[in-house]
Design a protein around this ligand. Structure first.
Ligand code: GLU
Length: 378
């Protein structure tokens, strides 16, 4: 996608990520309430323009370590997890209060890496987020630090925010930082460092510029931000790294404050379809009737009624190939039922699903958002 004059104007779904150093006063360990209010007011403003916004916020550990008297020195893993537990309550409380004052409900989601990668959980996390957005709430996300062990941690919320942006097909990811973007070198150490306003491809040269971590409080330095930018732009989401410290930080970048923009080469929907179409190891196959095939070609979802036969062993959320009656591949998608349940509802009407399976699953066996045509029809 080429640079447009105001990428905010074009964006429908925006993910905003804020780091610990913006939220927590390092000297007192308390929340920077006036700044937080200005952030919530900016987000409320975007919502009033009809945009959907998701906030990914750090700060739990930085707040909680003071609450628990752990503010001096390095924390052991279980201490930072304890701090996260104590701090998250305060963080969520502050957001609930501030968004309520703006007329919106805040809703907390604590995610682990599995929730954005393991497909069954991914479908659940995505469906919950979509439901919250439809209900006009502001989802506020953090990593579930209290249960995540070293291996299953995102580690930094930059990466988490990028995974969320790609999972939900956001158009724009705003990484609010303690620096106004990417420089050719670390400007705090190198007076000749030059600011880079736009990046169209994250090349090894660009990566080399990021160097070590810049921020003292959070975990993500510029390197983590570039990893995030790579994940998000690969999913069709544009990214901006901008200075968060200013009150009203989103309004500021919108007014043209210095920042670094990363452009994506496809729309989120096209990037997702590209990814679905290219899934290398589908776990199963569905053979569908002509009526269902015609519906898919018109951009509709696949309902169980149109499924004639099922092959393979797959779990809910796995990728499957869809064939027409003659055995020609027409689509690929993520299936909403495991193989055993899919077998039982194949050929049945969606209304009957609950009676057959004993639970109310989704009406669609593959939702249109999770489907890519591979026969060239769309
Ligand atoms: N999830 C951590 C917290 O809320 C912060 C991770 C990060 O700094 O990116 O304290």
């Amino acid at each position: 996608m080429a640079a447009v004059s105001d990428p905010f104007a074009a964006a429908k779904l925006i993910v905003v990520k804020v780091g610990s150093s913006l939220i927590v006063d390092a000297k007192t360990g308390t929340a920077r309430r006036e700044w937080l209010k200005s952030l919530c007011a900016d987000i409320a403003g975007l919502k009033r323009e009809g945009k959907q916004v998701i906030l990914v916020s750090s700060g739990a550990i930085a707040l909680g370590r003071w609450v628990l008297g752990l503010h001096d020195g390095l924390l052991r893993l279980e201490e930072s997890q304890a701090a996260a537990a104590a701090g998250q309550v305060r963080l969520a409380g502050a957001y609930a209060e501030m968004f309520r004052a703006e007329g919106f409900a805040a809703a907390q989601l604590l995610l682990t890496l599995d929730d954005t990668e393991e497909r069954r959980r991914y479908l659940n996390a995505r469906a919950t987020l979509k439901a919250l957005l439809d209900l006009n709430a502001v989802p506020v996300i953090n990593e579930n630090d209290t249960v995540a062990t070293a291996e299953i941690r995102f580690g930094d919320n930059d990466r988490l925010s990028a995974r969320v942006a790609s999972m939900i097909e956001a158009d724009l990811l705003v990484l609010l930082s303690d620096i106004d973007g990417l420089y050719t070198a670390d400007p705090s150490r190198d007076a000749d460092a030059i600011h880079i306003p736009e990046v169209s491809a994250i090349t090894p040269e660009i990566e080399a510029m990021a160097g070590g971590s810049i921020s003292g409080v959070g975990r993500g330095g510029m390197e983590a931000k570039l990893v995030a930018a790579k994940i998000a732009t690969g999913a069709g989401c544009e990214v901006v790294i901008s200075m968060g410290k200013t009150p009203g930080p989103i309004a500021a970048v919108r007014r043209g404050a210095r920042a670094t923009w990363f452009f994506a080469d496809a729309s989120p929907a096209a990037a997702r379809k590209r990814w679905l179409a290219g899934v290398l190891h589908p776990q199963g196959a569905l053979f569908i009737d002509d009526g269902a095939a015609a519906a898919l070609r018109q951009g509709k979802s696949l309902l169980p009624a149109g499924v004639k036969r099922i092959d393979g062993r797959f779990e809910r959320g796995d990728a499957v190939v869809v064939y027409d009656q003659d055995g020609h591949e027409i689509a690929r998608g993520l299936i909403a039922y495991n193989a055993a349940d899919a077998e039982r509802i194949a050929g049945k009407r969606s209304l009957e699903i609950e009676a057959i399976l004993g639970y109310r699953g989704r009406d669609e066996i593959i939702h249109r958002d999770d489907l890519a045509m591979t026969d060239g029809s769309r």
